[in-house]
Ligand binder design. Structure first.
Ligand code: DSN
Length: 414
């Protein structure tokens, strides 16, 4: 590269990723092919519109790329329509709201403090200023069970136009059928924001909300799905909804699609169709369960009592007297990256909450199995229990570097 300053920073980031362990559950490593497509000449192209109906010339190859991405993702999720243009998850969700709702309409989503996502109605977001969000919660944070009876009551009282299933910090499975039944009772459309678990769903190892009749799925493509940073909106079968969503993405909320990213999405979707990807997705869940077992053995409270998916939310403040921020900092010093997270009923502030959130998509890509994951969980707990002991942290950092070296980040997945 001619820009030496940026080149140096890229190299340093590469080293950080290579030598440390990535446990942020929404992060992953993409293949060399995905990187190549993402860094391709498609970045030079404007393609407003959709395949076959664009506003600019020169679309012979962009059209083929976008059609391939659509065809592959529809096959993976068993749906009729896909929009692969959303720049990421938040714009995907905003576009669905704008497509289906009028200002002031009511949306029912999971409470942020119980695992929901900012874009499902946090007061500081644009959608919350336009639409009215009401929420459902867990019945019991120690089992993670959703309070479906209360959800139904809230739905009957507020008559939402849209009901959202989905989360960014919830470790259990959702009963999609119950969402659909409640939605039918009040005449709502159903949307599943599957950003975190899109990979295991695509691989058939977690339940597909479309199988229970959900109307729409939104997702990012860079988490468990192991693609470039981006978003998608899938529609099970309603052409009317799909058309509204297309209009809502362009020209409603976005301009020219990022064709280089769409090319990289198509590559990732192709990789997700392989038998090897199914094995990977299954292993993500096995690895998360293995880590949860170690936390349980050490009597560290986990929201939901464990995990059915790729992530764990641990109450480190309640169990060890270490705040989420302290835990994030000391684990970072030991070469383990994760994030602090609020937990249901948290008495602490979001910038120094009681919990940590971590998961296994990235270390599973490196080839970690249950044995290594248990080891990492044990090392994490040792660091947390000895957070002020510099020597122990240094020792563990060495062990983490050794583990990382033994499991290099792969360049090819198929
Ligand atoms: N930032 C993503 C996550 O970490 O869950 C969701 O937006």
């Amino acid at each position: 590269m001619r820009d030496k300053k940026i080149e140096k920073l890229i190299k340093e980031e590469e080293k950080r990723q290579r030598e440390g362990l990535e446990l942020i559950p929404s992060e992953n490593y993409v293949s060399e092919d995905v990187l190549k497509a993402n860094g391709s000449v498609f970045t030079n192209k404007y393609s407003e519109g959709y395949p076959g109906r664009r506003y600019y010339g020169g679309q012979d190859f962009t059209d083929q790329v976008e059609r391939l991405a659509i065809e592959r993702i529809c096959k993976l999720f068993k749906c009729k329509f896909a929009n692969v243009q959303p720049h990421s998850g938040a714009p995907a969700n905003l576009a669905v709201y704008a497509a289906l709702l009028e200002p002031g309409d009511i949306v029912l989503g999971m409470d942020l403090s119980h695992g929901g996502h900012l874009t499902h109605g946090h007061p500081m977001t644009l959608p919350a200023k336009i639409y009215k969000f009401v929420t459902y919660k867990m019945k019991n944070p120690d089992t993670g069970e959703i309070d479906y009876e209360d959800m139904r009551k809230v739905a009957l009282a507020h008559k939402p136009k849209l009901i959202i299933a989905g989360f960014s910090a919830y470790p259990r499975t959702l009963n999609y059928k119950k969402f659909v039944d409640i939605a039918h009772e009040v005449g709502a459309i159903t949307m599943a924001d599957m950003a975190h678990i899109a990979g295991p769903i695509a691989a058939g190892v977690l339940r597909n909300p479309f199988d229970d009749g959900f109307d729409i799925i939104t997702s990012t493509t860079h988490k468990t799905l192991r693609g470039p940073r981006g978003g998608i909106i899938l529609t099970r079968e309603s052409e009317e909804i799909a058309k509204k969503i297309d209009k809502s993405i362009f020209p409603g909320t976005q301009g020219g699609p990022h064709m280089h990213t769409i090319a990289a999405k198509a590559v990732a979707f192709g990789e997700a169709m392989t038998p090897k990807y199914k094995v990977y997705a299954r292993q993500i869940l096995k690895n998360a369960k293995a880590m949860a077992e170690v936390f349980k053995k050490n009597k560290i409270r986990m929201i939901g009592g464990g995990t059915d998916n790729h992530l764990i939310l641990a109450d480190v403040y309640g169990s060890l007297g270490v705040t989420g921020k302290e835990a994030q900092t000391v684990l970072d010093e030991a070469g383990i990256t994760l994030n602090m997270n609020s937990i249901a009923g948290d008495t602490r502030k979001p910038l120094d909450p009681s919990g940590i959130r971590f998961g296994t998509p990235a270390i599973t890509t490196r080839g970690f199995k249950e044995k290594e994951c248990k080891k990492v969980a044990e090392l994490m707990i040792t660091v947390l229990k000895n957070k002020d002991d510099k020597k122990i942290k240094e020792q563990i950092h060495k062990e983490i570097k050794k583990l990382a070296k033994k499991f290099p980040i792969p360049k090819k997945f198929v």
